[in-house]
Design a protein around this ligand. Structure first.
Ligand code: NAI
Length: 342
């Protein structure tokens, strides 16, 4: 089994080489992302292994299919960058549904605490022997209301941590979990009542720009918005407007709508073309990390182990429990019959 591995970073190689070698999968590591310009690199491979910012649109899928590539192994959970419907009948897709919900939920909390307690600013000050506390006043999380949008694996871990802080947790999910003890309210109530809002739902047509001007209008003055999910859940221009008008008190962004051109790369010493991102980063109350929430040792190991298992299951056992198709999502029909989706 030969796989072309796109958007390779140094931290990917060790874990994938280890699990790949043990399972007879030969990975060729390409630094470039997969897109229309680079898809020809996949010629001669059985499959491609891709991440969040590779572009697997209809054209790329057609080219993969014409080259005889049989599988797209996503080494992440979200698959908004893959045209799953177009791939049906052509190229099989699998993903890693969960690798460490703790990694992402804990990063969301780390960003929240950093942002509201200004520890990133204190660190720089004390490094420079500046021990002044001016401008570092934060607020207690205890007793504050947090609104969690999406109560899946990550959202639920986030909720548990928030409860540990003594916060009042409200939640919204399109598919609420019955008898979970989670205090579900409407999306409008989340916007109107929350001091902090954290996004943990997938990016779909329905959730695209769910945080827009209208949503921000409804929010409390000073609201803190955390996004560790997908950038396009937030209309970044409107967020910027909300920050400039002082309506939004702080934003913690691990993801950004146009991140694929910038995130994961070193642009220090270069001029960033994206004015919205540059302006957001320049704000004292905006904290940006570069899609880093997943990045723990535990998560990297789980990602490699599950991706390799997906590939082995598919090629040797003719069935992969993490196959995605537009008909069955990742839970029903084909899964029940334990067979490939087409
Ligand atoms: P999950 O599938 O376990 O949970 C997603 C939840 O969102 C489900 O409960 C679902 O019912 C809910 N949902 C679906 N449509 C909705 C809607 N229209 N409105 C409100 N809720 C809706 O997914 P998980 O593992 O919790 O991941 C959540 C998201 O986190 C992923 O979609 C992915 O985009 C993002 N993620 C980000 C990472 C990072 O490094 N920053 C790493 C891993 C995931």
């Amino acid at each position: 089994m030969k796989f072309a591995f796109f958007d390779t970073k140094s931290y990917d190689i060790a874990s994938f080489e280890k699990y790949g070698l043990e399972s007879g999968i030969e990975f060729t590591f390409f630094e470039t992302k997969l897109n229309r310009d680079t898809v020809s690199l996949a010629n001669g491979y059985d499959g491609v292994c891709v991440f969040v910012n590779d572009t697997v649109d209809a054209e790329v899928i057609d080219q993969l299919y014409n080259m005889g590539v049989k599988a797209i192994a996503l080494r992440c959970a979200g698959y908004n960058n893959v045209d799953v419907r177009h791939a049906f009948g052509k190229v099989h897709i699998f993903h890693v549904p969960a690798y460490s919900p703790y990694a992402v939920a804990e990063h969301a909390i780390a960003m929240l605490l950093t942002s509201i307690r200004r520890t990133h600013k204190a660190y720089i000050r004390t490094k420079d022997h500046n021990f002044s506390l001016s401008g570092l006043t934060g607020f207690d999380l205890h007793g504050k209301t947090v609104g969690v949008i999406g109560t899946g694996r990550i959202g639920r871990v986030f909720i548990d941590i928030c409860k540990g802080f003594g916060m009042n947790v409200l939640a919204y999910d399109k598919f609420p979990i019955e008898n979970s003890g989670i205090n579900y309210v409407t999306l409008d109530e989340i916007f109107e009542r929350s001091d902090i809002i954290s996004l943990h739902c997938p990016l779909t047509d329905e959730t695209h720009h769910m945080i827009d001007a209208n949503a921000i209008d409804k929010m409390k003055k000073g609201v803190v918005i955390i996004n560790t999910s997908r950038g396009a859940l937030i209309d970044a221009e409107e967020l910027l407007r909300g920050i400039k008008s002082r309506k939004v008190g702080a934003a913690c962004l691990d993801v950004y709508e146009e991140e694929s051109d910038v995130f994961f790369e070193d642009f220090s010493g270069h001029i960033i073309d994206d004015d919205t991102l540059a302006r957001l980063i320049s704000m004292p109350n905006v904290l940006v990390t570069s899609h880093q929430a997943f990045l723990t040792e535990e998560a990297l190991n789980n990602i490699a182990e599950t991706t390799v298992k997906n590939i082995v299951d598919f090629f040797t056992n003719d069935y992969c429990e993490n196959e995605l198709c537009y008909r069955c999502g990742n839970t029903e029909s084909c899964k029940n019959q334990r067979k490939k989706c087409f």
